[in-house]
Design a binder for this molecule. Structure first.
Ligand code: FAD
Ligand code: SF4
Length: 510
């Protein structure tokens, strides 16, 4: 029976059982499509990274003897749309069965189900063999529970997969070393130089420009740094083990104006495109840890494992549990628009300027920049979560809806009413001052609320709490913040609200 097997751009798993043996009657298809480049405006580096990784994957499977076809974005034969590509291949190659791997995005899942229901030949969906969990495991784990706490899920995953366990006890006698993962970075240990691949990408960028794909952000044509093959992805893991793991946990929450990446692994694109799996990353890193225990503390490795075995799988489970309604949630009824400086980086706020310019230059910001600088700011500004989502989904190299949406709309914007976060991640300038050196070099004064040079975060913070106090009044975790709000005199609160509204209305001049 002649089979057509579809491989989506984020399904580049060469270890999948599909590729264990070759078959003359099986044809693989990969396609760069306008459908995928245009559903949101992506960062130019993201488009380049996906196209290059797909092309490398195609070359690899062909070299292993798998019959395959590839549509480049500029091929005149390319129909640029999933349904047309599938039907074109079925007709041209007289295909008798269509097979695909389960997509991770709801949008594509629905589309493929619909396409299959219209086909006159049989079809079948396969697991991607990438994650630790399937789509429903988290829902089953939390069945009947009101609170979907990540920590509970994480402990279950540690036990189930025997990761960092000594029998039934967690290694180091503690499940979680979060409390020791909150150091400010003051230059006490050197940050190793960035792992660079320095790839030449002018040809593919020209192809993207000629196709008139609209993108955001910047790219260096002779120094492209993201891994675009399995070998390079494994090199990044190796680099992480040898250079960054030692201090990963310590400085997980730190920010520094001279250090864009600190000790973060920058593995998210390699994993989200499935060039490498979370299982092998965890195995390699734990094995390195065990060989170097005299040098690396348990809190570093636990911090890293928690991100991948805990947060990454948890976020995926929440996505499949809550979609499609999740994508429309806006419980705080925020309606403001994003300021223009999200696309230009031009703002006098040093923390925002660094985080946004870095996002535009590198298609990357680390977790705390995404959560406690940019996300904190958009929530305090009461920006519509649709606008925030579209920006995050476009700008980051690793942004695919299943992971972007719950992180942005849920964890960072609290638009889901607390499904993920038990309280909103908001702060005044003092948190940013505590965790970074941004404020020391800022035009604004982090201690001030009023006056031309007052830090905008300060009044926006109290204004946000005041505007949303009715919504949060039953939330115990908000009790302390709301008590402090109550202690502010009516005169002071009035001044705060005037200032905050002036900031909201004139954001692009700040
Ligand atoms: P490291 O700090 O080295 O962490 C290791 C790995 O842990 C990451 O590669 C990632 O796979 C995983 N991880 C860590 N935190 C999370 C998390 N909260 N959710 C899922 N996986 C996690 N991650 C994405 O992959 N795509 C996104 O679109 C995305 N959007 C985000 C939006 C917001 C508002 C926030 C707060 C976080 C978002 N994250 C997203 C999670 C996290 O910020 C990134 O995974 C991380 O910054 C990637 O860099 P890294 O590989 O250097 O991570
Ligand atoms: Fe950001 Fe305010 Fe600090 Fe400036 S003073 S860096 S705006 S928190």
């Amino acid at each position: 029976m002649r089979k057509l097997r579809l491989i989506l751009g984020d399904q580049l798993n060469s270890e999948h059982s599909w590729f264990q043996k070759t078959d003359e009657n099986t044809l693989y298809v990969l396609a760069e499509m306008r459908q995928e480049t245009d559903y949101v405006k992506h960062h130019i580096q993201k488009v380049v990274a996906f196209f290059l990784s797909m092309r490398n994957f195609y070359t690899y499977i062909k070299s292993k003897g798998h019959k395959s076809i590839y549509f480049e974005i500029s091929d005149i034969e390319n129909p640029q749309n999933l349904e047309k590509i599938i039907s074109k291949c079925i007709q041209k190659y007289k295909i008798q069965k269509f097979e695909y791997q389960l997509p991770d995005e709801f949008r594509l899942d629905e589309e493929l189900k619909k396409i299959c229901s219209n086909l006159t030949i049989p079809s079948q969906a396969f697991d991607t063999e990438h994650f630790f969990t399937n789509r429903t495991e988290l829902s089953e784990f939390f069945q009947g529970k009101k609170l979907l706490l990540m920590e509970n899920f994480y402990r279950y995953m540690r036990k189930k997969h025997h990761i960092l366990m000594d029998g039934s006890t967690p290694l180091g006698n503690q499940w979680n070393f979060d409390a020791s993962n909150r150091k400010k970075y003051k230059g006490e240990v050197a940050v190793p130089s960035e792992k660079k691949f320095k790839k030449e990408v002018s040809e593919i960028v020209q192809q993207i420009r000629e196709a008139e794909i609209s993108t955001i952000g910047n790219i260096e044509l002779n120094s492209f740094s993201w891994p675009t093959s399995r070998e390079q992805s494994l090199e990044v893991v190796d680099y992480f083990c040898k250079n960054l793991l030692k201090h990963f946990g310590d400085y997980e929450d730190a920010m520094h104006t001279d250090e864009k990446f600190l000790f973060h692994s920058r593995l998210s694109f390699a994993m989200n495109s499935k060039m490498i799996s979370p299982k092998e990353v965890i195995e390699i890193v734990i094995s390195y840890y065990h060989k170097n225990e005299s040098n690396i503390t348990i809190s570093q490795i636990e911090g890293f494992v928690r991100q991948i075995l805990g947060w990454r799988e948890y976020i995926r489970g929440i996505y499949w549990k809550e979609m499609p309604n999740y994508a429309q949630m806006n419980v705080l009824n925020n309606t403001n628009k994003l300021p223009d400086f999200f696309w230009t980086g031009k703002t006098k706020m040093n923390c925002m300027s660094h985080a946004i310019n870095q996002s535009l230059d590198d298609a990357y910001a680390h977790h705390i920049q995404r959560l406690m600088v940019i996300g904190n700011f958009t929530l305090l500004m009461q920006i519509h979560p649709d606008e925030v989502d579209a920006w995050y989904l476009g700008v980051y190299i690793d942004a695919i809806e299943w992971v972007e949406l719950p992180n942005t709309r849920g964890m960072s914007q609290y638009a889901d009413g607390g499904i993920i976060a038990t309280k909103p991640y908001v702060s005044s300038g003092s948190y940013i001052n505590k965790m970074s050196n941004n404020c020391a070099k800022c035009y604004y004064n982090v201690k001030d609320k009023f006056g031309e040079k007052a830090c905008p975060f300060n009044t926006l913070y109290w204004n946000f709490l005041d505007e949303k106090k009715e919504y949060f009044k039953g939330n115990q975790r908000m009790g302390m913040m709301l008590n402090m709000l109550n202690k502010i005199s009516p005169e002071e609160l009035y001044k705060i609200k005037i200032k905050a509204n002036e900031i909201i209305e004139n954001m692009d001049s700040y």
